[in-house]
Every structure is written in C-alpha cells, then in structure tokens.
Design a protein around this ligand. Structure first.
Ligand SMILES: [Zn+2]
Length: 134
C-alpha cells in the first residue's frame, strides 16, 4: 500500500489515459500519479527531474485512492490568491482584498508581523468551493 495517503492531492499527474492492461500508479518518492504506461520496465517513475527521471518506486493505487484525490482536488485546489494590507498604526483599517500572485501568497502565508514599513499583510487562497455560492 501507498505511504502518501496523508497527501490528498498529488503534486504531479501523468497525462497518458488509463487504457488496456495498464493501471493507476503512484510514485512513493515524488507523489506523481498516472498510468503505469508511463513507468519504466521496472515500474519506476519517469517524471522529469531536471535532466533525468525521478525513478522512484511506484505502487498500484485503487479506486478508493483515486476518488480521494478527485475529492481533494475539488475541495482544495485554489483558483486565485488575494492579499490585503493595513499598517501597524492604531486604528488602521484593512484595505480591500486585491489579487496577488501565488508566489506572493506562499511568501506571506502565516506571517502576522508587520514588515519594516509597518505594513501588515493577510493573504488567502480562494478555492473552487469558496467561489461557488452555497
Ligand atoms: Zn517520482
């Protein structure tokens, strides 16, 4: 069985469709998921890592794991990133949310301290679920 069950969404997904005698496989090293058609003859991962293959060992995965991945992607895949700012001065109010890049989001996520200019930022990722009114 796979050891990556705590990560619902795989970081890399193969492009080959699942056909014929092939099966769904998951790389135990990088988390790639795809058709076993894309693996080496020794069932190793062929994802490009710079100028070579990953060559991590792979496990066959079943419908349960695949459904979990689909559900994880539907719930967690962010579609946009936003930030808002205020200053550390007393009575400062948050500016409206505005779009920001993923890099910016990653950089500021979890930071609550003001920067050297006394500016506090909040970032958030908007998921598919949040974008669709309930
Ligand atoms: Zn791999």
């Amino acid at each position: 069985m796979t050891s990556i069950t705590d990560k619902p969404v795989p970081p890399y997904i193969g492009q080959a469709p699942l056909v014929g005698r092939y099966y769904a496989a998951e790389c135990t090293q990088c988390g790639w998921i795809g058709s076993s058609q894309e693996l080496t003859d020794d069932c190793q991962c062929t994802r490009d890592v710079g100028d070579r293959y990953c060559l991590g060992d792979t496990d066959e995965i079943g419908a349960e794991r695949l459904l979990g991945i689909v559900q994880g992607m539907a719930q967690a895949e962010p579609v946009a990133y936003q930030e808002r700012k205020k200053t550390s001065r007393e009575g400062s109010e948050w500016m409206p949310w505005s779009e920001c890049s993923r890099e910016h989001y990653e950089e500021w996520r979890g930071k609550t301290e003001p920067n050297s200019h006394g500016v506090i930022r909040q970032v958030r990722a908007l998921s598919v679920c949040a974008a669709v009114p309930a």
